[in-house]
Ligand binder design. Structure first.
Ligand SMILES: Nc1nc2c(ncn2[C@@H]2O[C@H](COP(=O)(O)OP(=O)(O)OP(=O)(O)O)[C@@H](O)[C@H]2O)c(=O)[nH]1
Ligand SMILES: [Mg+2]
Length: 197
């Protein structure tokens, strides 16, 4: 978080993180298109729409005195470009961990989660995180539940961790996740997202 006292702007960095193809880019694209700012989102992707490095966009919310400037990123889930992920996470204030809720992806989810733990060490327990169990619309097979996921992480050690079921493709839960992460970062603040901002 960076405080610019001269222009009265607080800069906050939020990263969508998670395994390959879990729906990180889809989530961020939905958020920007909901706010009518799709042209503000830059994606560095391959010809088949896979994220090569990251997607990046800025949302600014004007307050009475201070403004909030959100720098929003997705990290690439492709392991070939895994080396870029620590740079994307540098200086992050909150993470939206987009998991693929299909049970057969449990291992990939946990591997990606494990990377965060290695990168942040014990600092991870103080980091605001929303776990977005995505692709909840898919009918085939069982879905990963919060109760199951918490068995694999030291859930009680985290200060700011919550879960959300999402369908990024339809935008379901995407705004909730974003509002929840802001709520963790600024507990006193109520932000209503609407397309006018
Ligand atoms: N059915 C369904 N498909 C989804 C959902 N969210 C994303 N997808 C699809 O999953 C695929 C991957 O989505 P992306 O948003 O590109 O995933 P990503 O996490 O950015 O992938 P990488 O950048 O390659 O790591 C795309 O075909 C999306 O349309 C969802 O909620 N439901
Ligand atoms: Mg992507």
């Amino acid at each position: 978080m960076i405080f610019d006292y001269e222009d009265k702007i607080i800069q906050i960095k939020i990263v969508y993180y998670g395994p390959a193809m879990s729906g990180k880019t889809t989530s961020l694209k939905y958020l920007f298109s909901y706010l009518g700012k799709e042209e503000k989102l830059e994606s560095i992707e391959s010809t088949v729409g896979r994220t090569l490095f990251f997607d990046f966009g800025v949302l600014q919310i004007k307050g009475a005195e201070w403004s909030l400037k959100f720098l929003l990123y997705t990290a690439t889930g492709q392991d070939f470009y895994a080396g870029t992920r620590p740079a994307t996470l540098n200086g992050v204030d909150g993470i939206i961990f987009v998991a693929d809720a299909q049970t057969e992806y449990l291992e990939q989810n946990l591997r990606s989660w494990g990377e965060l733990k290695v990168l942040f060490g014990i600092d991870i327990y103080n980091l605001p995180i929303i776990i977005s169990l995505n692709k909840y619309d898919l009918e085939n097979g069982k879905k990963l539940k919060k109760e199951e996921f918490i068995q694999y992480i030291d859930f009680e050690k985290f200060k700011y961790l919550s879960f959300n079921k999402t369908i990024a493709l339809k935008g379901k839960g995407v705004l909730d996740s974003f509002q929840q992460i802001i709520g963790f970062i600024f507990p006193q603040l109520t932000i209503t997202l609407n397309p006018e901002i």
